[in-house]
Design a protein around this ligand. Structure first.
Ligand code: URA
Length: 424
């Protein structure tokens, strides 16, 4: 077998066999297959797709490229994953909520991918935070405080770690089989048998339309079934950014604001729904009962206290979040209602301010990012600040304000936060 034949086969829209997929995964991990060859194959897969069968084999060999965590000694274990969005800090809001209700949240998270941020980058913006837990530390923390978030350890879904980093810099992030195998290999390897998947749809997401989101949802549910895993997929709107802050340390600040002050925005509302689904799965109770519990632990700050406990346990110092040296305000030049915020353009701008990577080796400026000072449909006066930009760069890129947000004379009442929920 050789990699060139396999690339050409996929280029010619033919299906790969189980043996060929196994060969690719194993030899990419061992270094036999080079980054440039794998990039070429990833692009052929992105363009020509994979059958469900090929995707199930890809998941299998990505999963088997590393070790698997056995969490069977823990009760009420439940996991969540998002396909990635702009301003998406749901994991950081939801995990303490769910853990404070007696479920165990065992999360292995990733770094930024394409224009979307990554939970690990956000957490590492907290000085001292240790996002590289050993298996023993991870399980110990789950036992002691009910939640733990670690970056993919070196021996979990090893192939995914290598492939994910390559996809990020080769324009191959948006492929449905690659997303499904990436997420499911990690999720299966991390040991939970119950999973809520937040599939983001829209211009600021990897998946741009509802049909592709349904396809991805059904594929991941199908893969989950092969491994005896209960999977619920929630298809959610990613045309607007989630919440008001985009970046890394500014997103951590927003999580604190939500859990401490209970501020109400689209992020809070989504987190309540996702957390309720997780609690209902984890504790085997009805969605309504779970939702009442979720709202209560936000109100009585049990979730906020759990967040602090978790950050401290992983050695983060929340009092020393980095701050940018330069702040710029973007004001509206007209009055009306804020009817749209472009998650795509805001994500790109945030990246240019320093919050994300262009190459896999790039360092991130943790303090860079954007705070959106108004909410959708707020009444705006000319001269109001709509965005505050944070950076350490000496200048900011040329900004075309009309691409970032829209002010109109009438409000926009067409926004749907959750499109649909698909259960296996
Ligand atoms: N999240 C992942 O873990 N992998 C992807 O490919 C996309 C989102």
């Amino acid at each position: 077998m050789n990699i060139i034949d396999i690339i050409v086969k996929k280029k010619n829209k033919q299906n790969l066999t189980e043996e060929e997929i196994k060969y690719v995964v194993n030899n990419f991990v061992s270094g036999e297959i080079k980054d440039y060859q794998m990039s070429s194959l990833l692009m052929a897969i992105t363009i020509n797709g994979m059958t469900d069968e090929e995707t199930i084999y890809l998941t299998k060999y990505m999963l088997e490229s590393g070790s698997m965590l056995d969490l069977s000694m823990l009760s009420n274990v439940v996991d969540k994953h998002s396909t990635g969005g702009v301003g998406d800090k749901t994991t950081l809001v939801i995990s303490p909520i769910v853990a404070s209700l007696g479920c165990k949240v065992a999360k292995m998270s990733g770094r930024s991918l394409g224009i979307t941020g990554g939970t690990i980058d956000k957490l590492e913006s907290i000085p001292g935070f240790n996002a590289n837990l050993s298996k023993e530390e991870f399980i110990d923390e789950l036992n002691k405080i009910g939640m733990a978030i670690t970056s993919q350890t070196d021996n979990i879904a090893v192939a995914d770690k290598k492939i994910y980093a390559l996809r990020d810099v080769t324009g191959t992030t948006e492929s449905i089989p690659l997303i499904a195998s990436s997420i499911m290999s990690k999720k299966i390897a991390s040991g939970s048998k119950k999973l809520v998947l937040d599939i983001k749809v829209g211009e600021g997401a990897l998946i741009k339309n509802i049909d592709d989101a349904r396809h991805l949802a059904n594929l991941m549910i199908k893969i989950g079934k092969v491994y005896n895993m209960e999977v619920i997929c929630v298809l959610t709107n990613m045309n607007l950014p989630l919440g008001n802050n985009i970046g890394n340390s500014v997103e951590v600040l927003e999580v604190i604001n939500i859990l401490y002050y209970g501020i109400d925005n689209n992020l809070t509302r989504l987190c309540i729904e996702l957390a309720s689904l997780m609690v209902s799965l984890g504790l085997n109770i009805s969605f309504e009962e779970a939702k009442a519990k979720v709202i209560e632990v936000i109100r009585n700050k049990a979730a906020y206290n759990k967040l602090l406990e978790f950050i401290k346990y992983q050695k983060g110092d929340i009092t020393r979040l980095p701050k940018s040296s330069k702040i710029y305000e973007i004001k509206s030049d007209k009055s009306g209602y804020l009817v749209n915020l472009s998650s795509l353009e805001l994500a790109k701008l945030s990246g240019e301010l320093g919050s994300s990577r262009k190459n896999k080796e790039d360092a991130i400026d943790y303090s860079a990012g954007i705070i959106i000072n108004k909410n959708i449909n707020d009444k705006i006066n000319a001269g109001d600040t709509i965005l505050t930009l944070y950076t350490n760069k000496d200048s900011i890129p040329n900004i075309n304000i009309s691409k970032l947000f829209t002010i109109n004379s009438i409000p926009n009442n067409n926004y749907t936060l959750i499109y649909e929920i698909i259960k296996g």
